[in-house]
Ligand binder design. Structure first.
Ligand code: URA
Length: 256
């Protein structure tokens, strides 16, 4: 037995919270009866669940893919400007999936796609702290204080980046190669972080997402994740970071 909102999320209808709202709105029926209250459990093998009258089936639908997104492809399933999208790279007969977060048009590398809305939410929300590692080729050579600032966190327009891991792979006066691991995913964040230290990004590739590496997946290729890989992703996404406690006189007393 499985909770109804969990089943709906696994069928790709959004995060569990979004699925709870669908239930509240009376959009879901189980065996022909509208279920508008929370806490209902179902048997996915036997119960017939419909969303606005359309039947859902778990087994054919929960799909997890890894793609090596090439440069020059947009991370959407449809593009009004007619550019190449990640949907163009997905083989036919694969159930409908959505990208987990996004990579810029000019970024390449590991992109996950799934219709498991709950896992997608956890993999991208900074609260769950799932690492994403990028390899950046940047102009010039980073000084020690610039590397320290990148790893401590730097101020970008309107926010401060969280701590990151930074590793120089190769350094030269013209260009350097730097690996950076972070668990946030603000718009063009890595590019903006390097730009803020005075080093333009020439090329950017995502090499790892949580426990999964890009490996030797060739540019433009897509593969189905193994059950073991999905399990590893779930474990990585289940560790919510503890809230950051402010040091108050009361908390200091409590720990002394
Ligand atoms: N950071 C960026 O700047 N671009 C990406 O595509 C991903 C992370």
């Amino acid at each position: 037995m499985i909770r109804l909102q969990k089943f709906l999320a696994q069928c790709g209808l959004g995060s569990r919270r979004a699925c709870e709202r669908l239930i509240e709105a009376g959009e879901i029926s189980v065996n022909g009866e509208i279920v508008a209250r929370q806490g209902v459990t179902i048997d996915p093998e036997r119960d017939r669940v419909r969303v606005r009258g359309k039947e859902l089936a778990l087994e054919q639908r929960v799909t997890y893919l890894a793609m090596n997104k090439p440069v020059g492809v947009v991370t959407t399933m449809r593009d009004p400007q007619g550019r190449r999208t990640v949907a163009d790279l997905i083989p036919e007969r694969v159930p409908r999936v959505a990208p987990v977060g996004r990579l810029d048009f000019d970024t390449s590398g590991l992109l996950l796609l799934t219709n498991d809305g709950e896992l997608a939410h956890r993999l991208t929300h900074p609260r769950f702290g799932v690492d994403k590692t990028y390899r950046a080729v940047v102009r010039g050579q980073l000084e020690a204080d610039e590397l320290a600032a990148l790893s401590r966190g730097i101020r970008l327009e309107g926010f401060r980046t969280q701590a990151a891991r930074v590793r120089v792979v190769a350094a030269g006066p013209q260009r350097s190669v730097v690996d950076i691991t972070l668990h946030e995913g603000k718009n063009r964040q890595v590019r903006r972080m390097f730009e803020a230290t005075g080093h333009t990004v020439i090329a950017l590739e995502r090499r790892a997402f949580g426990p999964l590496s890009l490996g030797n997946l060739r540019a433009g290729a897509v593969r189905v994740l193994t059950a073991r890989e999905v399990g590893a992703l779930r474990r990585a996404a289940s560790k919510a970071e503890p809230p950051v406690w402010k040091s108050t006189s009361r908390s200091r007393r409590a720990t002394s």
